[in-house]
Design a protein around this ligand. Structure first.
Ligand SMILES: Cc1ncc(COP(=O)(O)O)c(C=O)c1O
Length: 390
């Protein structure tokens, strides 16, 4: 098998058979003519391969799905209009009333909100196993275990192999949201996880210009997610967006390497700064799961760095953030441009102060998505901004 970097360029793509176009053409069409009634009937009966209607499948989207399945080591993948649509499709497709879902948090707030909403509306028990540990939270009704490969914003790492082992022994499906790590750093399916999902909006796209999601795993599970998420919910990715993701993913390994180098430099410099109380970055030896990340990940520790100022609460965080020049204040992540946010007043503003405290989100906390600019420039920008604290 070729290296990931080679597959990021070539997997799922080949020159267009009619024109020779190397970039996958954007198949901007709703329907596909099938010629004869007989052929149409065979297509609809699933006896003939081919496209019929873009909500179900589209050649540009299919090329992207094949590329991502390859990178995650999956037999199949299905793309959606957003990461949230991917999460929704997965839950609606695989859970039934009376089922239980157990998650290891903290999760992305949107996902946790979705889980809570579905649990009330569809009679699905949702349980947070972060404090109790996974084993203690499982019951005979547990059907799904949900983890993120790197948690937001405190950047904790889960032992994916252990989670998958525990769940699989009980016939429970494991889902890992790999948005923060990407297949460049960790491939959950290789560690025994059943389904991997992404908000492609982040690192996979990488340029902050498209919204999308993907679910990858076995043919059987992905078929269910596809049937529900596309056929019934209609959360399909548009072909123009698929083109942007195809282009973005080609440079994913190169970008990810640059994000990792930049983030490590930023984390080290922040850790040495007197105005900083704590730095959360899995690449630092001080991180509680540094050894685990070293064991389960390859090629670096990601592009996200979270730090806490020594004192001064929200006003100190605001003073630093408002003075940054290269980091734009925004809540997304994974872009080539560096971004910074204050989780307590943005991503985690919808949860109670107690829940924020339990998740370790403090008023002095700043989350950075380190872009691919030169690390020296990013370090200098942070130093000048921290200078405002005297
Ligand atoms: C880890 C994670 N999963 C899922 C999502 C949802 O993705 P989207 O914004 O593409 O709907 C996000 C968005 O921030 C996220 O950070």
């Amino acid at each position: 098998m070729h290296h990931l970097r080679t597959r990021a360029v070539h997997a799922g793509q080949r020159p267009d058979p009619t024109t020779g176009a190397i970039a996958t053409p954007i198949a901007q069409t709703t329907a596909f003519g099938y010629g004869t009634l007989e052929r149409g009937a065979a297509l609809f009966a699933g006896e003939l391969p081919g496209y019929r209607y873009s909500r179900f499948a589209n050649p540009t989207v299919a090329a992207l799905e094949a590329k991502l399945a390859d990178l995650e080591g999956a037999s199949s993948a299905v793309a959606f209009a957003s990461g949230t649509a991917a999460c929704s499709a997965l839950l609606l497709a695989l859970l039934r009333p009376g089922d239980e879902l157990v998650f290891l948090g903290p999760l992305y707030g949107g996902t946790e909100g979705l889980l809570r909403a579905y649990s009330e509306r569809w009679g699905i028990q949702v349980r947070d196993a972060t404090a109790s540990g996974l084993e203690a939270a499982l019951t005979p009704a547990t059907r799904m275990v949900w983890v993120e490969t790197l948690t937001n914003p405190t950047l904790r790492v889960h032992d994916l192999a252990a989670v998958a082992r525990t769940a699989r022994a009980r016939g429970i499906t494991t889902v890992a949201d790999n948005t923060f790590c990407t297949p460049c750093l960790v491939r959950p399916l290789e560690l025994g996880v059943d389904l991997v999902l992404h908000s492609m909006t982040k690192y996979l796209g990488g340029h902050g210009d498209a919204t999308g999601g993907v679910v990858a795993g076995s043919e059987a599970l992905v078929r269910e997610v596809r049937r529900t998420g596309l056929g019934q919910v209609g959360g399909n990715l548009a072909p123009q967006e698929a083109f942007l993701f195809l282009r973005g993913v080609k440079t994913l390994p190169l970008r990810m390497a640059a994000h990792c180098v930049g983030a490590l430099a930023v984390a080290r410099s922040l850790a040495a700064h007197p105005a900083v109380r704590a730095v959360h970055y899995p690449g630092l030896q001080s991180h509680p799961q540094h050894a685990l990340a070293q064991r389960q990940w390859q090629g670096g520790f990601g592009g996200m760095v979270t730090f806490e100022l020594a004192s001064g609460g929200r006003s100190a965080a605001a003073a630093v953030l408002d003075r940054l020049q290269l980091f734009t204040q925004a809540v997304s992540l994974g872009d080539v441009d560096s971004l910074a946010c204050h989780p307590a007043s943005t991503t985690h503003s919808f949860v109670s102060a107690e829940a924020r405290a339990a998740a370790g989100v403090t008023e002095e906390m700043i989350r950075l998505s380190v872009g691919i600019e030169h690390p020296d420039d990013l370090v200098a920008d942070l130093e000048q901004a921290l200078g405002v604290l005297g």
